[in-house]
Design a protein around this ligand. Structure first.
Ligand code: C5P
Length: 219
């Protein structure tokens, strides 16, 4: 049977990562954080002498050696958004994602992907597509609260500016921009706790797949 595909797209700090991970856990589907692939390439590109055209093997070997904290940083996120406009980068990362969807791994009946273009460019035929969003100020506050302990000099305004810039870059790029079209179910998390958002996402998936989900269990 063809593996099921659930795509969760949306802007930075909308809550899509938490929702996608929790959905994957609950359904026992494989999970792929596609933003991390762009972050890995962006991080690699900051080192001198790096390759100009990335292969899937290159991306995976960098993932193994790069420190997790650096990959998650705001600076690498901004850089990821810059390199995400390059056709050669999008091509190799899109291919990686399609291979993942086709072969999610032993024991997985499907996959959950989170990103910006997973329901449009990567898997337009996905079984369920959710666009997760939240007000810009709410997203900036989430990011600020997350980073302020480790980075006390960071201001809320800097975060707001950085998110605004990334939203603009992600929405306006020529190839595979972040667009919320009619095929998505929109989930606004501005007023909800992570648990409430996950519960709503799970209901959307259940309705879309139009049958009780096989691996359903409470978490
Ligand atoms: O989701 P995350 O913040 O980790 O993504 C980092 C950047 O990678 C995004 O701002 C976006 O420019 C890029 N990206 C993308 N397509 C995806 C996922 C991420 O262009 N599917």
């Amino acid at each position: 049977m063809k593996p099921k595909v659930i795509t969760i797209d949306g802007p930075a700090c909308s809550g899509k990562g938490t929702i996608a991970r929790r959905l994957a856990d609950r359904l026992e589907f494989a999970y792929l954080d596609t933003g991390m692939l762009y972050r890995i390439v962006a991080y690699a590109d900051t080192d001198p002498g790096n390759f100009a055209v990335f292969s899937a093997r290159d991306v995976l070997s960098i993932a193994d050696s790069a420190p997790e904290g650096i990959l998650r940083s705001d600076a690498v996120g901004r850089k990821a958004s810059e390199i995400a406009v390059l056709p050669q980068v999008r091509e190799i990362i899109t291919k990686l994602q399609r291979d993942f969807i086709a072969h999610p791994g032993d024991g997985y009946a499907g996959s959950v992907l989170d990103g910006r273009d997973t329901g449009t460019a990567v898997a337009p035929d996905a079984d369920c597509k959710i666009f997760v969003t939240a007000d810009l100020e709410v997203r900036a506050k989430r990011r600020f609260d997350f980073l302020k302990e480790t980075n006390p000099n960071l201001t809320f305004e800097e975060i707001l500016q950085s998110l605004t810039l990334r939203d603009e870059q992600d929405q306006s790029r020529a190839i595979a921009p972040m667009i919320c079209d009619d095929n998505y179910v929109i989930l606004d998390t501005s007023l909800d706790s992570p648990e409430e958002s996950v519960a709503k996402a799970f209901e959307i998936v259940r309705r879309k797949l139009d049958r009780p989900l096989e691996n359903e269990c409470s978490d």
